[in-house]
Ligand binder design. Structure first.
Ligand SMILES: Cc1ncc(COP(=O)(O)O)c(C=O)c1O
Length: 478
């Protein structure tokens, strides 16, 4: 294929690709031309350590996954109205990892499609409409999902939240409504669950029932939130009492990333079982394949409508060959146990950095799902938004890809491919340590939603919002 220069690529992209499709490091976007395991390479063959790509879960271009896809593509690819082994084996593999009652799969092409179908199943089963979502949540780009994604609908210019959507507070015990400064670990989950109950009670008092409660098992867009103990157990009780079903969005956090368990919802205890689970991103290691898994009862309600579900690409033999190879690789390479071991090491090292850098307000995580929250003051917890933006841009200059997120865009997110090693953790944190030195004495003005859309993707030309030191000086000071 024709090779374009980076300038030509940018020019063509500006001309022909919708401008709302934003790039990482907008002012100086990366042109990545190949990748392998946890490394990405630009057009000059410069290597970057990928600390953010939870999609290429078992490693970029994993040979077994690539082989499975190529072999199947050479043989057959068609829709799932023909019998084929790959789809049934894929369903069987998924179901083996889940509690018994989650035994029926629907295959789709993306996390968004999975969540949209989950909402459709919930509506059909409950015949209700009112849906509870969490503040700061993102569940996908389809219309239904923008409606239930405060991460999007709270942005200026976005369509307003519909009346059928109810927003419960994000169960964030560091920055949220109920904090670890005031409440014990045990109380926090219950307090946040009580807020969900309040929504259920209000909807019931108005003569309606709940359709669904949807939440990521660990909220990623909210800033790598570790769900407090007892939260899901109590929430699920309240939601079911109000007639609703519980949807666990595992699109980001599933497939062993959390180390202790295969699915993040399982961290809440064996007795806490969602009615619908949605999975995506890591399932295809970069290939578009996703799924919805539910109970036979919910699947029957969907069938009883008499409306066939057909999805041209969902569950095709190539996608399922790839998903099967991904699941086999997780098992063969013991990547869940690896995520646990490396994740614990990474967290311990981050905690050590916290002792030396006042700007680190909180370090949290489980497995290879880690957040480092930057603050300008540990007591007030004022978010260090500008500093986080600077850190992300400087880490990229140092060839480490990290991102920032959360409502104040001050949480450095780490969610690397699962093959990320202890050596990678050491290399990352050595540079992170140096970059944090650059922002040590700076003052930050919190900037919320307006900055959110650009913070991950624009390169820094120097600190902003009251930050004094220009980038050039910062670089010299290393
Ligand atoms: C938690 C969560 N759910 C759903 C989605 C939507 O997935 P997709 O982009 O594959 O449609 C995303 C995407 O970022 C996500 O983070």
């Amino acid at each position: 294929m024709e090779q374009l220069t980076k300038a030509e690529t940018i020019e063509l992209r500006n001309k022909h690709v919708g401008k709302s499709c934003t790039l990482f490091y907008r002012a100086n976007p990366l042109k990545i031309v190949r990748a392998e395991a946890q490394y990405m390479y630009d057009e000059k063959n410069q290597e970057y350590l990928d600390c953010i790509n939870n999609v290429c879960h078992v490693g970029h271009c994993h040979p077994e996954v690539v082989r499975a896809g190529c072999d199947q593509m050479k043989t057959l690819n068609t829709n799932n109205r023909f019998l084929h082994d790959n789809i049934v084996l894929c369903a069987q593999k998924l179901i083996k990892t889940l509690p018994e009652q989650l035994s029926v799969c629907y295959f789709v092409n993306s996390g968004s499609e999975a969540n949209d179908l989950a909402i459709r199943l919930a509506r059909t089963h409950t015949k209700n409409m009112d849906t509870i979502t969490l503040d700061h949540a993102y569940h996908g780009h389809l219309n239904t999902l923008i409606d239930i994604s405060p991460y999007k609908f709270n942005l200026p210019g976005a369509p307003n939240k519909p009346d059928w959507v109810h927003v419960a507070p994000c169960p964030d015990s560091y920055r949220g409504k109920y904090r670890d400064t005031k409440y014990s670990k045990n109380e926090i989950g219950t307090k946040y669950a009580d807020d969900v109950k309040e929504i259920c009670d209000k909807v019931k008092s108005e003569g309606r029932g709940i359709c669904a409660y949807i939440a990521e098992s660990l909220q990623s867009c909210g800033g790598q939130i570790i769900t407090p103990d007892n939260y899901f157990r109590e929430v699920y009780k309240h939601v079911r009492a109000a007639g609703g079903v519980c949807i666990a969005d595992e699109v980001q956090v599933g497939f062993g990333r959390v180390g202790k368990k295969y699915w993040a919802f399982q961290l809440a205890g064996d007795d806490v079982i969602p009615d619908i689970v949605t999975v995506g991103k890591p399932m295809g290691n970069g290939h578009p394949v996703a799924a919805v898994i539910t109970t036979p009862e919910i699947a029957k309600s969907f069938l009883d409508t008499g409306v066939e579900y057909f999805n041209t690409y969902g569950g095709n033999p190539v996608s399922c060959a790839i998903a099967n190879a991904v699941m086999d690789t997780i098992e063969k390479e013991k990547l869940q146990a690896h995520a646990l071991e490396v994740g614990e090491y990474l967290l311990k090292k981050c905690e050590e950095l916290k002792e030396r850098h006042q700007i680190i307000g909180d370090v949290r995580g489980i497995g290879l799902f880690v957040g480092i929250e930057l603050v300008t003051d540990r007591t007030t917890r004022l978010p260090a938004t500008s500093q986080a933006k600077h850190v992300v841009a400087r880490m990229m200059e140092e060839k480490f890809l990290v991102s920032s997120d959360g409502p104040d865009c001050n949480v450095i997110k780490l969610k690397p491919p699962m093959v990320f090693s202890k050596k990678n953790a050491d290399d990352l944190l050595t540079v992170f340590d140096r970059v944090l030195e650059e922002v040590r004495y700076e003052i930050c003005t919190p900037v919320r939603d307006t900055i959110r859309q650009t913070c991950v993707s624009s390169a820094h030309s120097g600190l902003v919002n009251g930050i004094k030191q220009p980038k050039e000086q910062a670089i010299k000071s290393i």
